[in-house]
Design a protein around this ligand. Structure first.
Ligand code: T4K
Length: 372
């Protein structure tokens, strides 16, 4: 099989028409207002409130700072039960708040936190569960809510991948105490860089607003030692424009996702996650596949390299596991995370983005199936 002439990346950001962005830039130039809760951001916030059907949102310059501020603003401390199968930022946000991560194993099908294994990790120091809707697949919402309620723990979701995901007709952020969304360029939805918190308790809004703006309450009052995590006008403009295309982007991704499923369904050694549960409107954010070395005849890492030779830049999200990174090796595992270890060794995330040409996707599948 011929290699691709141009690289096929795991993802590519969607860009709205340049004319529309330039038009928006004119408004920003006219306003001479670039950041600090400007008019474009204020309008954008209203659009998002509408999209998520909640007033309780707060915007940030990226998802990592949003999560750090969420934990600080909610007063989370001590130990937090979380997953090792995620992007490093999830655990970094805990560490920056001097919170000890307690890694819990995941479920083999959805790669999300296994509720059956959460409870045994709770100690007198546990204050919260920080679960991740990995690849946009919702966690076990009811089971986690039940555990959190019984043990009086905060339930926080890293929903970085879950923009556009609905569960039983409601945006996924309506579950749990708080959800963090990342609007990074590599995400299904983006504002170049950006992040959002959606939360249940309206009283948290002012704390988050103080924390992201140096703690200022007024020109002369600083009520807490905040940081600078504000979204600027150019980010808000991009976010506002991309939002208009969300339904279309999800539709296109669904089509690509389904072609992958059809093409790879019977390939020995490649397994795909089951379809999302009934009631879940999925966003098709990522295309993870598990490689069984014996059946496929090649290890995941060998496949990853072979794809690169064909100019296909798949990624191994999430490998290594977080507990394997040098900076977290000193965090002892209270229980083994065997499922997460296996998934992390077998996972490969294949290219999927709205602009990916169907013919190119078929060629990626041809490359994969011809290797068996
Ligand atoms: N929690 C979770 C679960 C997350 O996944 C993330 C971020 C966060 C929290 C933190 O949110 P933020 O603070 O980022 O808002 C990428 C992203 O940088 C990162 O945002 C994301 N997760 C993670 C899963 O993926 P890398 O190191 O893989 O990025 P990079 O530069 O290798 O790009 C990935 C692919 O996208 C490459 O093939 C190149 C392509 N690309 C990238 C950019 C930036 C483009 O084609 N155009 C672009 O503009 O982390």
């Amino acid at each position: 099989m011929e290699k691709f002439e141009k690289p096929i990346l795991v993802t590519k950001p969607f860009l709205p028409p340049l004319e529309a962005y330039c038009e928006g830039l004119k408004e920003i130039w006219d306003n001479q207002w670039l950041t600090n809760n400007g008019p474009v951001l204020q309008r954008y916030r209203k659009e998002l409130k509408n999209y998520f059907n909640t007033d309780n949102i707060c915007l940030f310059n990226n998802g990592t700072l949003a999560l750090q501020i969420a934990l600080q603003g909610m007063g989370i401390s001590g130990e937090v039960i979380t997953t090792p199968f995620t992007f490093v930022a999830t655990t970094h946000a805990l560490y920056w708040n001097k919170i000890r991560p307690v890694f819990c194993d995941i479920e083999p099908d959805t790669f999300t936190l296994d509720p059956a294994k959460v409870e045994e990790l709770i100690t007198p120091w546990t204050t919260a569960i920080l679960a991740v809707h990995v690849f946009g697949r919702p966690c076990r919402l009811n089971e986690l809510a039940d555990i959190a309620k019984r043990h009086n723990l905060a339930l926080i979701y890293d929903a970085a991948h879950a923009f556009g995901v609905n569960v039983n007709g409601k945006p996924v952020c309506h579950y749990g105490d708080l959800s963090m969304f990342s609007f990074h360029a590599t995400k299904i939805y983006h504002s170049i860089e950006g992040g959002m918190l959606a939360f249940k308790d309206p009283g948290l809004a002012s704390t988050f607003n103080y924390l992201k703006n140096f703690g200022f309450k007024s020109e002369t009052e600083v009520v807490m030692p905040g940081t600078n995590a504000k979204m600027n006008e150019m980010q808000a403009l991009m976010g506002s424009l991309v939002l208009k295309y969300m339904d279309e982007l999800i539709r296109k991704r669904k089509q690509l996702y389904q072609i992958y499923r059809e093409r790879l369904a019977d390939t020995p050694g490649i397994s795909l996650s089951p379809e999302p549960a009934p009631g879940v409107e999925y966003n098709y954010a990522y295309m993870p596949a598990l490689i069984n070395e014996k059946e496929f005849g090649m290890s995941r890492d060998a496949l990853y390299m072979k794809l690169r030779e064909h100019n296909v830049f798949a990624r191994r999200y999430f490998y290594p596991l977080l507990n394997e990174f040098a900076c977290y090796q000193s965090v002892p595992l209270a229980r083994p995370v065997e499922v997460a270890e296996r998934i992390s060794q077998q996972i490969i995330t294949l290219p999927i983005y709205a602009d990916l040409k169907v013919a190119d996707l078929h060629k990626v599948c041809d490359i994969l199936t011809e290797m068996v």
